[in-house]
Design a protein around this ligand. Structure first.
Ligand SMILES: Cc1cc2nc3c(=O)[nH]c(=O)nc-3n(C[C@H](O)[C@H](O)[C@H](O)COP(=O)(O)OP(=O)(O)OC[C@H]3O[C@@H](n4cnc5c(N)ncnc54)[C@H](O)[C@@H]3O)c2cc1C
Length: 452
């Protein structure tokens, strides 16, 4: 391996043992501890091109890391070359055109901070350290999605380095087939060095908060929630998030270790407190903190629940409806939850997400009204078997109430056979486009679409 060919790289070329190498290969999910042969910490698109060309010519496995939050740890491989985009942090907001352009290393928190200076925002993931482009390439759902769609529905254009090392632009009027594929097809089609997104008026103040109930009446409360969401405006979003109370002072001591149902809520209107009161008046909350908040703070509400550097597995389903069966399954499995950081929730979709034609982008779940997601989290490898068994059983049981589809970004490492189901009728076109843009499957360390 003659890395002199990477001499043009303005960022850093790192080998195991070099300062910064471990930071480059670090993942949010430490259940995976992988070490590539080389990490190229890129500063610009030319660095990315040099790394792509080098990996292709050397026949090296290539992986691409933005924010490092891949549940399945796709962004770092054992052996091969890692393209680390985390230093590519440029953000350009155009308030007149209402657009933002972000580079590959930008997180949701960083983009929100820049766009909120102009009272603008675009949908992002609900944990603020998630990479913007990594989330957007698979779909990207967050608090704003019922009103403004998925992240992919807000993409205007992308600049990327393709498998043959070309730097190209993809938009509705240029490389339109590639533009279609990128908006859901993940990292399969190239390394996206920058992405241009549409902005909307949001904040700076919104309503946000949590209303946390003991779990004993969860079945009744979730049925109420289902009816409440059916009539709720698209400006409102609420995740019923089930977890075990951690042993910390903000919770009464007698609740420590107990399962709870937490309505994590968001309303674009900071004065909408009366609207959420029915969720508050269901019973006696253990804790309630709902009120006016800065949008950027509302966007960090889940951060503490899902800290970086622990062991995780993600299991998900698309649901056509929040049926009694789905609610009863949640009620049955949450009290048996294993893993101190484990959680499960329903994710209301519909609204603007559902108004997009299912063939307009690869994302197939346009008729999904609720996502279902288990994030099992724990610290000790000795607990792997028990936590993974609980998550699998719960996931299998919920499958009886699901559509068979799944949001691709939430697929677990051992579930790659579900990738076609994530794309449904759009999968065949993705396979064709993969053949056209990456026939040698250079970009394989992802939710991989095999060239057809
Ligand atoms: C704590 C947590 C919370 C989450 N919350 C949400 C949520 O609210 N909504 C939601 O929709 N999703 C959510 N996700 C899922 C998230 O969207 C995906 O895991 C996403 O891929 C993470 O992007 P990343 O850049 O941080 O991850 P990375 O691990 O860096 O990248 C993941 C994959 O994306 C691809 N990729 C990343 N950047 C590029 C690029 N520039 N060019 C080409 N390919 C690239 C690669 O294939 C890579 O393997 C969450 C994930 C976590 C861990």
């Amino acid at each position: 391996m003659d890395i002199a060919e990477l001499a043009s790289v303005e960022g850093r070329v790192l080998r195991p043992g070099d300062g910064g190498f471990d930071e480059s290969r670090a993942l949010w999910n430490t259940r995976f501890d992988r070490s590539p042969d080389l990490a190229v910490r890129c500063l610009n698109a030319n660095d990315v091109t040099a790394a792509v060309d080098y990996a292709r010519e050397q026949g090296m496995r290539l992986s691409v890391k933005g924010g490092g939050h891949s549940y399945a740890a796709n962004s770092v491989s054992d052996g091969g070359l890692l393209i680390d985009l985390s230093m590519m942090k440029k953000i350009v907001v155009d308030p007149g055109e209402r657009t933002v352009t972000v580079e590959g290393g930008v997180t949701g928190a960083e983009m929100d901070a820049a766009t909120q200076e102009h009272g603008l925002a675009t949908p992002t993931a609900t944990v603020s350290s998630v990479g913007v482009i990594g989330a957007a390439l698979g779909g990207g759902a967050g608090y704003l999605s019922r009103k403004h769609g998925l992240m992919i529905d807000n993409v205007i254009s992308a600049r990327l380095v393709t498998a043959d090392g070309r730097q190209v632009r993809a938009a509705a009027d240029e490389n339109a087939d590639l533009f279609w594929a990128l908006r859901g097809g993940g990292g399969n089609f190239g390394v996206v060095t920058s992405l241009e997104l549409r902005l909307h008026d949001v904040g700076p103040q919104v309503l946000s908060g949590q209303i946390i109930y003991p779990f004993d009446k969860a079945g009744e409360y979730l049925r109420f929630f289902r009816d409440f969401m059916a009539d709720a405006p698209e400006e409102f979003q609420c995740y019923p998030f089930c977890f075990r109370v951690p042993p910390i002072d903000m919770f009464p001591e007698e609740t420590h270790g107990q399962p709870v149902l937490d309505f994590v809520l968001y309303h674009e209107d900071p004065d909408a407190i009366e609207f959420v009161m029915p969720l508050r008046d269901l019973g006696e909350p253990i804790l309630e903190v709902a009120g006016v908040s800065r949008y950027v703070n509302a966007q960090t509400g889940f951060d503490a629940n899902l800290p970086k550097g622990q062991r995780y597995v993600s299991k998900a389903h698309d649901l056509a409806a929040l049926s009694d069966g789905a609610i009863d399954t949640m009620v049955e499995y949450v009290p048996r939850m294993v893993g101190p950081l484990s959680a499960a929730y329903f994710d209301p979709l519909g609204g603007a997400v559902g108004r997009v034609d299912p063939s307009a982008t690869p994302y197939a779940g346009r008729d999904t009204t609720f996502g279902f997601h288990i994030i099992a989290g724990w610290m000790d490898a000795a607990d792997d078997d028990s936590v993974l068994a609980w998550a699998s059983e719960f996931h299998t049981a919920m499958g009886a109430h699901a559509t068979g589809g799944v949001y691709v970004n939430l697929i677990a490492d051992d579930e790659t056979s579900r990738i076609p189901a994530a794309y449904g009728a759009n999968y065949a076109r993705l396979v064709e486009l993969k053949q056209r843009w990456d026939p040698g499957n250079l970009f394989s360390s992802n939710y991989n679409i095999l060239p057809g």
